[in-house]
Design a protein around this ligand. Structure first.
Ligand code: C2E
Ligand code: CA
Ligand code: CA
Length: 720
């Protein structure tokens, strides 16, 4: 057993060589021991330190807390620890000279302990641990921890952003493994496919694709092949997909391959193009079909007719084209409203289809015009039967809401190849034949004929003649007196135009007025008539017959011209005559054809002072109800009734009715075309006030008419 001294020696050596700093301080607070570590880090020798107090030894560089700790260990036997955190470097200790120069003290953890000797004297031992390295390591660990926390945070922000992007995308974004098994998908995929995510995870992409694949893709029996193939395409493929609710939708599919070290995978982007496809289909439909009736439109008709011509040419066959137009449709549309008009068009198109076979083509060309191509017929009689059937079916009553309507049609027929061997010719000739059917009183059908064509040719050459006539003023006005039966004098006349053609001589108005009306030339002709008539009235009133009335024929097209009112008013002003000197003769048809516009126009003309008369009364749709609506002055009984007077009972009845009606509405009555004394006597007895006709005078030139006035004018004033 070694003795105590030996032990003390060993312990002292252990202290001296310890890697901690050790300082012993006696009860007088003098340093009694410092070990080597202390000497080397403080760069003081033990001799410099021993016997000094800590404050002396370290030259006042110690923290008051350390001094206090040492004092309280010696005085009160209390141990303390000066943690590195609060008191980084209580002693001015340095690792070496370099650090000392830089002022980099060691970081220290200090234990201040009381040690008692056998005599109850309190010593103090100060143990100093160099924690510089530990602190540095700890610090860098903390920094590292912080960095990785930040990095992790950043990553989750990025991920959240990615998610948000994926989920706000208006395309389905699906990731798939190499075999086409669904791994992830965004929210929009759920919306489009109407599935919950869980229904799709781990399922094959095949579950959402329709098995009915486009031609190029049907060869792939497994998803991996399909994905691999589509990932190489530069554009999207159009496919059909199936929703979880078992509905088929149209999609665009784009696939990209993602190659990482570990695996192959795919991203599929699916765009729902169902709406776009629908719109495309609708556009396609609209390009070829009439949306109202569902019939083929003009474009498709063109295709079909060209096709029919080719087939017929090849097979050496004939086929007819029927051009069909609803009679007075504009009238129906204006009076009953457009909804009813549309309803009529639908019924008519159904009835046309119902009269034909499935293979025949019916097209709506626009408005109320339809064209029919009849495939293969054997005889022209067969065509007549078809046309008759259509006319018969359409003329059955149509019930729309609470109304029962009757609609008729006119049909023109042209047969390939006799009536035209190309699209333009056959179509035009069917159209011409339709016009012929209209001329023939509507509600019938007409085959195209060469005579028709000649008539058209004549009409066309007449149109150019008419233009020339306007330019060269080949017209002249004649005047036909109207006689006051009771007073047996003349106070009015009708202006009637005459065309003196340089080669053909006198062309009667019924030959050119309808053409002028059709071609629009009537406006220029009408201007001439109004101008001449007003000028002549000014001559008459200039002679003192101030109340003289000049009747002027106004055709519908003239009446509807936007400048008509201003033109005729200006003419009266120009010749300084009263509007009351002018009576405008319009036809019943005009009143019926465009009621609203006509009422307004007539009201304005009447308010301006013009007299209004209804020409050819009794030949149109006379109805008491509508006559009341218009501001009228005179009814003119049509010549066709007068001709049969006084024998024919029908003519008698009609004339009586018209005269009675006119008087009940306080209108004047003029009978036209009175040729015999008997006719005049009858009319006079019935109460008709004025007559016009060959009995009195034919229409005559202005100079002759002036002579008539001189002799028979109602007022004596004129002769003054
Ligand atoms: P309208 O208005 O009914 O004119 C009466 C027609 O009957 C005139 O034919 C006249 O000459 C004829 N007439 C008169 N009295 C008799 C008679 O006793 N017996 C027979 N058989 N006929 C008689 P016109 O002059 O050939 O005119 C034919 C039609 O042309 C007129 O029918 C009228 O609708 C139209 N018209 C004539 N001049 C004009 C005009 O300046 N402007 C317009 N828009 N139309 C006109
Ligand atoms: Ca007339
Ligand atoms: Ca007339």
């Amino acid at each position: 057993m070694p003795d105590d001294a030996y032990n003390s020696r060993i312990i002292e050596n252990a202290f001296i060589d310890s890697d901690l700093g050790i300082i012993l301080i006696n009860e007088n607070k003098q340093i009694t021991f410092v070990n080597k570590w202390m000497e080397s880090t403080s760069l003081c020798s033990g001799d410099d330190l021993l016997g000094k107090t800590l404050a002396e030894a370290f030259d006042g560089q110690l923290s008051p807390r350390l001094i206090r700790a040492v004092d309280s260990a010696i005085d009160n036997g209390r141990n303390s620890v000066l943690s590195q955190k609060l008191n980084k470097s209580p002693f001015p200790l340095y690792k070496g000279d370099g650090e000392r120069q830089l002022g980099q003290k060691l970081q220290q953890l200090i234990y201040v302990k009381t040690i008692s000797d056998a005599y109850d004297n309190n010593y103090c031992m100060v143990e100093i641990f160099d924690v510089t390295e530990a602190v540095r390591r700890e610090k860098s660990l903390i920094e590292l921890g912080e960095k990785s926390r930040l990095a992790a945070e950043q990553l989750s922000i990025e991920e959240a952003k990615m998610r948000a992007i994926l989920n706000s995308a208006k395309d389905c974004i699906i990731t798939l493994d190499e075999n086409g098994i669904i791994q992830t998908l965004n929210e929009y995929t759920e919306t489009v496919f109407q599935c919950k995510k869980e229904q799709l995870y781990d399922k094959s992409m095949a579950t959402i694709l329709s098995p009915d694949m486009p031609a190029g893709l049907s060869r792939f029996t497994d998803m991996s092949g399909l994905l691999e193939y589509t990932s190489k395409l530069s554009e999207a493929v159009e496919l059909k997909a199936v929703r979880c609710v078992d509905e088929v939708i149209d999609i665009d599919l784009t696939v990209s391959r993602i190659r990482t070290e570990e695996e192959n995978s795919y991203v599929a982007i699916i765009r729902d193009i169902t709406e776009r496809k629908k719109a495309e289909a609708r556009l396609h439909y609209l390009a070829k079909y009439d949306p109202l009736t569902g019939l083929a439109n003009r474009a498709l008709f063109h295709e079909r007719l060209e096709h029919a011509i080719q087939v017929a040419k090849r097979e050496n066959q004939i086929f007819p084209v029927l051009f069909l137009d609803i009679d007075r449709f504009k009238n129906l549309n204006d009076t009953l409203g457009h909804d009813t008009g549309d309803a009529i068009l639908k019924v008519v198109s159904r009835r046309i289809k119902g009269s034909l076979r499935e293979v025949d083509t019916v097209c709506r060309m626009g408005g109320d015009e339809f064209v029919i191509i009849i495939e293969t017929i054997h005889s022209v009689n067969e065509v007549s039967r078809i046309a008759e059937k259509i006319i018969e079916n359409i003329s059955k009553p149509i019930r729309i809401e609470h109304n029962e309507l009757f609609v008729t049609v006119s049909i023109g027929i042209a047969i390939y190849p006799d009536d035209g061997d190309d699209y333009t010719a056959i179509f035009k000739n069917a159209d011409l034949a339709m016009y012929e059917a209209k001329d023939e009183g509507r509600n019938n059908f007409q085959f195209f004929s060469q005579a028709m064509n000649e008539r058209i040719q004549r009409r066309m050459s007449m149109e150019s003649d008419l233009r020339k006539a306007i330019a060269e003023n080949q017209f002249v006005l004649y005047y036909q007196p109207q006689v006051d039966i009771n007073k047996r004098c003349i106070n009015s006349c009708e202006a009637l135009i005459r065309w003196i053609h340089p080669d053909k001589g006198n062309i009667p108005p019924f030959e050119f007025i309808p053409l002028a009306e059709e071609s629009g030339l009537i406006w220029d002709i009408g201007k001439y008539v109004v101008e001449q008539a007003c000028r002549f009235v000014s001559e008459i009133t200039g002679r003192g017959w101030h109340d003289f009335v000049m009747a002027i024929n106004i055709s519908p097209r003239q009446f509807q011209h936007p400048d008509f009112m201003s033109f005729i008013t200006a003419a009266c002003e120009k010749y300084n005559i009263s509007t009351a000197n002018i009576e405008l003769e319009i036809t019943e048809g005009l009143l019926m054809d465009n009621t609203e516009h006509s009422v307004t126009m007539l009201r304005r003309l009447s308010d301006a002072g013009f007299k209004i008369s209804i020409d050819d009364f009794g030949t149109g749709y006379s109805s008491l109800a509508y006559l009341r609506k218009f501001p009228l002055d005179t009814l003119k009984i049509d010549r066709s009734f007068v001709i049969d007077l006084p024998e024919n009972p029908d003519a008698i009845a009609v004339s009586r009715a018209i005269i009675g009606l006119a008087h009940s509405l306080r209108l004047h009555v003029v009978a036209e075309g009175v040729e015999t004394q008997e006719q005049m006597d009858f009319l006079s007895v019935e109460g008709c006030e004025y007559i016009q006709g060959y009995l009195v005078s034919k229409p005559i030139p202005s100079s002759d008419f002036m002579a008539w006035l001189e002799a028979y004018a109602c007022d004596a004033i004129g002769s003054e």
